[in-house]
Write a new protein. Structure first.
Lengths: 198, 965
């Protein structure tokens, strides 16, 4: 049964997390690989066979990856936080890779739309895909790396403001300010400067 | 934009929020100091109105929005992780949950919240649960104990896979044989419980679980009473027919209620006998013994109506009919009184199915018992000797042999299938390490030969590449094929000759192959099955379209060439399917299964986890025709890999048993102060033994064994009784409480600290609010713990109640191996603050530290009188004499007591010795390496097919489906 595999894997991942927190870079690389693979699997599975235009919720996927790799929601909070901060980057890679692949796919019919969310005010059409967000984030990182990291953690990793603050070792206030400004910056980039609200 | 400009943009953007919107433009023009770039940047950002939640916030919101309030899946409750909601009823929710301590799945019945708020009810429930937990019988789902956390109370009990009898009956009435086999097991269960004075009170098909291997288990024994002690169950819900208590909870079902229960009068074991009669009747007829349009009508039938005996199929033997009648007598005084009588009545059927009817109930009960006991003995023998199939020839004997691989060339585990068997079952091939290298190679072993021979040309790096090596035999058994990274898929003649290249590299994935009699190979290239000539040089022909998002593996062509079995996995998928080569349609055969083989007897063998199972299979219908039965457990099945077993066409099984790699084996010995061995402390040799901890009274020894990442905790009785397992898997660092009753230890990947009774008593372990490795437990109730990993500190927590962990010794360096002096006033520990591990002592809970060792030291430990402090330095045992009065602590220079070939100090995590009250040292002595058992072997079961035929019956042969006139 699939579930019989999890304990060993959970031990391994937890050990890697420990080692990484202890400064082991090789462990980090291994972890990145495992997390990317797992996220990719989950994302593909979510997309395969389900209704067209299925909405992927990145944070839900990261949490599922965490559950699958670590197996419980209750390990040391430091582990979870480190995991999420690292998984955020991998989630970004996965989603952007998939979006990019879809973009180049000739058959438009089965393209999967990855939207940011359903109920909330949507980003206008031109900036609607993740590839554009990814590219905008790249630019933001050059201007202000920490703000780009905040976006990565909050949007792709589902970290709370508090968790992000702990990972980045800055105050909660700083994260809130970064988040607010980064959103404004990204929205402007994605909408184009002319599309701002009056 | 320069960094300075950006900094200004950021400041102005945030400051702008305190400026009234109408004033902003003027303010910004001023504040930007004439820098147009900055002004425009701030303006365009402010225009975005980022305070309103937008799409970017969705990521952060998504995880919190959808949680269902009531489902506790993923949460923890007293040492259990709730995995899946498997049932909901009046007595709460039932989850499949993981026992984090013992690493097993349990069924966890979480009681309603209202329940937990009533202390007297809780106390009663606890008492009842303890009684129920003492009930231990193979046909009763074991109660493990009560778990409580954060205002929730739950009952942990054995998790039984399979279906309920109610589900089974829903598909139609049971064949008589099957019904009687289940009835006998229920009778055994009730009998065992009644002997202990426990009445079930709510026996019904939904409370009987049937496992795949035909074992029946009765669930929820006595739980109705444990939850609702005073209830007699008179209040009936008119809609559902369930019995309600004052709080509206279900405790029984009218259809199975005895008349005395229905009247609300006190009940005893005869109530269960009534329900047993109802269940037996229902199994045989497919309908309830008492039923009506509504619950009130059902109750009326229970109280007044007669059961319709004519509904019983005519094939039901007379004694069984009689048993039902005697169980269902309205007047409990005239009902069978005792499950023993019921059981005998039923078993009598086995002896003499054609017995004329009313002879035995006329005997006195005692005489009947004697007669039936004698009949039973005969029946039992007759039953056991019943041939499996009506074959006049004795079946070939099943024989087992084990093949040991030399320690220098251990069996490899490259991920895919690591062994293959020739179609005639006479040869096996397996992957093993090439001595002295990291590489692996195929070895071929004739089962009638003595040695395995390496097969030249099959060498490969151990990792095996993306598709693993997956060896397979040719149809004639003379060659073995496999995937070798860089060389593609090749076949190599066993008797010598050039290898044949079947598929050129690069081969993106190769997940199993079958070599057919027409010398074609059907194999998986990862996403689809393909066929290619085994002679090489051919072009692969796909047998199915590529389906992304899943992998296919291990194709097995079925006789006739019409269809192929294959395994589908990926994501949460793990199932066996069959592909019809004519229609190109595929269909699932068994879910949650892999590694299948078809056997000519009409069976499918497959792996479910580490268990080999088989199920009857109809080749012409391409359909499974019965229920799977487990045959062999404990087969190696690495995570993400294949289960390592193969079955030849003629039914010989070869498999690799799951075994933990042995790393070091120790004897546990007593030595004196000069290191001279006195005697063995326990008779067993222990694998990777560590953390020996003598109990305060010196009669018991805690010991952790097993792989370092996966320790088991044992309580050894030094008087020679077998050791008691206290925790399985991932346990470490046990310490005794000063009274010698409880043990604290760490468990699990998150290093949770638990306590539980050292005698293994059934009681939910208590989780303490700290992570780490327990080091010492003071007489005042402090538990010292080392945490985190890496650069540990020493923390203390009170075991008397909740509270924060206090830092006792914490620095940027590592502090570990804490030992409290017997007086509790002095703390010895190891610190690496000087650049190497040294022993330090300071007052407890605080005081200035003093260094005791001079040239390195680990694992400090006080003598029982507190006058000596021992520690390890490499292989040596060191001692310093200490004197302390009041707040003074003085000590001598260290001296070596002895040095010997004992298990060395294992760094900062484990302790390698202990000292008894009378000053003897308990040491771990590596066992003679020559006596160490050789590494994992292969087990071959010849004529395994006979065993399989005996145990797995096609459904068609298990009894007629209808009743004969």
């Amino acid at each position: 049964m699939a579930s019989s595999r999890r304990p060993e894997r959970a031990i391994e991942v937890t050990q890697l997390l420990h080692a990484w927190r202890g400064g082991d870079h090789a462990a980090f690389e291994q972890l990145v690989e495992a997390v990317y693979a797992e996220l990719h699997r989950i994302a593909r599975r979510c997309m395969a066979g389900e209704r067209a235009g299925h909405t992927l919720q990145p944070t839900a996927l990261v949490n599922e990856a965490y559950m699958r790799l670590v197996g419980t929601q209750d390990v040391q909070w430091q582990n979870r936080q480190h995991f999420l901060s690292m998984a955020a980057r991998q989630m970004r890679r996965v989603l952007v890779d998939i979006a990019r692949a879809k973009r180049f796919q000739k058959r438009g019919g089965d393209a999967v739309h990855i939207t940011f969310d359903h109920d909330l005010p949507a980003v206008p059409e031109p900036g609607r895909d993740l590839v554009a967000l990814d590219e905008a984030l790249e630019v933001l990182a050059k201007v202000d790396e920490r703000k780009a990291q905040v976006v990565e953690m909050r949007f792709f990793g589902g970290l709370s403001v508090e968790e992000s603050a702990q990972v980045l070792d800055v105050s909660v206030d700083t994260v809130m300010r970064d988040w607010k400004m980064a959103k404004a910056w990204l929205l402007r980039e994605l909408r184009g400067p002319a599309a701002g609200n009056p | 934009m320069t960094p300075d400009q950006w900094t200004l943009v950021e400041r102005l953007y945030h400051e702008a929020s305190s400026v009234p919107p109408l004033d902003r433009e003027a303010w910004l023009a001023r504040a930007s100091g004439g820098d147009d770039l900055v002004r425009r940047e701030v303006e365009s950002l402010l225009a975005q109105n980022a305070s309103i939640p937008n799409a970017l916030d969705a990521g952060a919101f998504a995880t919190t929005g959808h949680a269902r309030v009531e489902n506790l899946t993923g949460r923890h409750l007293g040492g259990y992780t709730l995995l899946e909601l498997i049932g909901e009823g009046g007595m709460g929710q039932v989850y499949r949950a993981r026992d984090n301590n013992l690493k097993r799945d349990v069924a966890l019945k979480v009681l309603p919240a209202s329940f937990s708020s009533d202390p007297s009810r809780l106390a009663r429930f606890q008492r009842e649960a303890e009684v129920l937990a003492s009930l231990n019988h193979p046909n009763i789902a074991q109660i493990y104990g009560v778990a409580r956390e954060a205002g929730r109370t739950a009952l942990a009990m054995e998790f039984v896979e399979g279906q309920t009898l109610a589900d089974r009956i829903a598909r139609g009435r049971l064949p008589v044989d099957e019904a009687l086999s289940i009835a006998a097991q229920i009778a055994d269960a009730l009998s065992a419980a009644h002997e202990r004075g426990i009445v079930h009170r709510d026996l019904k098909p939904a409370n009987i679980q049937l496992r795949d291997d035909s074992v029946a288990k009765v669930l929820d024994f006595g739980i109705a009473k444990a939850v609702h002690p005073r209830s007699t169950g008179a209040d009936v819900d008119a809609v559902t027919g369930t019995i309600l208590t004052e709080t509206g909870l279900v405790i029984g079902t009218t259809a199975y209620m005895s008349p005395e229960q229905a009247r609300g009068t006190p009940v005893d074991q005869r109530t269960d006998i009534w329900a047993f009669g109802c269940v037996l009747y229902e199994m045989l007829t497919g309908q309830r013994a008492f039923r009506a349009e509504d619950p009130a009508g059902t109750l009326a039938r229970v109280l007044e109506g007669d059961v319709d005996m004519k509904a019983l199929p005519s094939r039901v033997p007379p004694p069984v009919r009689r048993t039902i009648e005697l169980c269902l007598r309205k007047d409990s005084r005239r009902r069978l009184h005792d499950m023993g009588d019921v059981r005998l009545a039923l078993e009598g059927e086995l002896a003499a199915p054609d017995q004329p009817r009313p002879w035995w109930p006329m005997l006195s009960p005692a005489a009947a018992t004697l007669v039936l006991a004698a009949l039973l003995a005969v029946a039992y023998v007759a039953f056991q000797m019943r041939p499996a199939q009506s074959s006049p020839v004795a079946p070939p004997a099943v024989s087992r042999l084990s093949i040991s691989t030399p320690a220098t060339a251990p069996l490899a585990s490259v991920g895919g299938l690591d062994l293959a068997i020739a179609p005639d079952g006479r040869r096996i091939a397996y992957l093993a390490q090439i001595p002295g290298s990291e590489r692996v190679q195929l070895y071929v072993r004739e089962l009638d030969g003595l040695d395995a021979k390496p097969l030249a040309g099959t060498e490969a790096q151990g990792s095996g590449g993306p598709g693993n090596m997956n060896p397979f035999f040719s149809a004639d058994g003379k060659s073995v094929g496999l995937f070798v990274p860089d060389r593609g898929v090749i076949s190599v003649p066993i008797e010598g000759g050039p290898p044949v290249k079947i598929l050129d590299p690069p081969v993106p994935a190769f997940i199993g192959a079958s070599w057919q009699a027409d010398d074609t190979l059907i194999y998986s290239s990862g996403f689809r099955l393909e066929r290619v000539s085994a002679a090489g040089g051919g072009t692969p022909a796909p047998l199915m379209p590529t389906t992304e998002g899943r992998f296919v593996a291990s194709p097995v062509p079925l006789p006739g060439g019409r269809a192929v079995l294959f395994h589908i996995f990926g994501g949460d998928t793990n199932r066996i399917a069959v592909l019809n080569l004519e229609t190109k349609l595929e269909k699932t055969l068994v879910d949650g299964a892999s590694n299948m083989f078809y056997l000519d007897t009409g069976h499918l063998a497959f792996a479910r986890g580490d268990t080999l199972m088989a199920v009857p299979f109809n080749l012409s219908e391409l359909a499974v025709t019965g229920d799977p039965v487990s045959l062999v457990q404990g087969i190696r099945h690495p995570a993400g890999g294949a289960a390592d077993f193969v079955i030849s066409g003629n039914g010989t099984l070869a498999y690799v048993p799951a075994s933990e790699a042995t790393e070091a084996t120790y004897a546990v010995v007593w030595v004196d102060r000069r290191g001279k061995m006195i005697e063995r402390a326990v008779p067993d040799l222990v694998v990777n033994g560590r953390d020996p901890r003598l109990s305060p009274d010196g009669k018991h020894l805690l010991l952790v064994t097993g792989l370092l990442a996966d320790g088991d905790l044992w309580n050894y009785d030094l008087g020679g009784r077998p050791p008691l397992p206290l925790a399985r898997a991932n346990a470490a660092s046990p310490v005794w409480d000063p009274a010698g009753r409880d043990v604290a230890f760490t468990i699990g990947t998150n290093s949770q600290v638990l306590t539980r009774p050292a005698d293994g008593a059934v009681r939910a372990p208590q989780t303490l609010s700290v992570s780490g490795l327990p080091q010492a437990w003071s007489a005042t109730g402090d538990l010292l713990v080392q945490w985190p990993m890496g650069n540990p500190d020493i923390l203390a927590i009170s075991t008397h109640g909740p509270g924060e962990a206090r830092k006792i010794v914490a620095s940027e360096y590592g502090e570990f191996h804490a030992a409290l002096s017997p007086s509790g006033r002095w703390l010895a520990y190891v610190s690496n603050r000087t650049g190497q591990n040294e022993i330090w002592v300071q007052g407890y809970p605080s005081g200035p530290p003093a260094r005791v060792s001079s040239d390195g030291g680990d694992e400090p430990l006080w003598s029982a009188d507190g006058r000596e402090l021992f520690y390890r330095r490499g292989q040596a045992m060191m001692v310093v004499a200490v004197r302390n009065s009041g707040n003074d602590f003085s000590f001598t220079l260290p001296q070596q007591l002895f040095s010997g070939p004992f298990a060395p100090s294992t760094g900062e995590v484990n302790r390698s010795y202990d000292v008894s009250r009378d000053g003897r040292f308990l040491m771990l002595l590596p066992a003679d390496p020559k006596s160490a058992r050789s590494t994992a072997s292969i087990i071959v079961v010849q004529n395994f097919i006979e065993e399989l035929k005996r145990r797995v019956r096609p459904a068609a042969a298990s009894g007629p489906r209808g009743s004969a006139p």
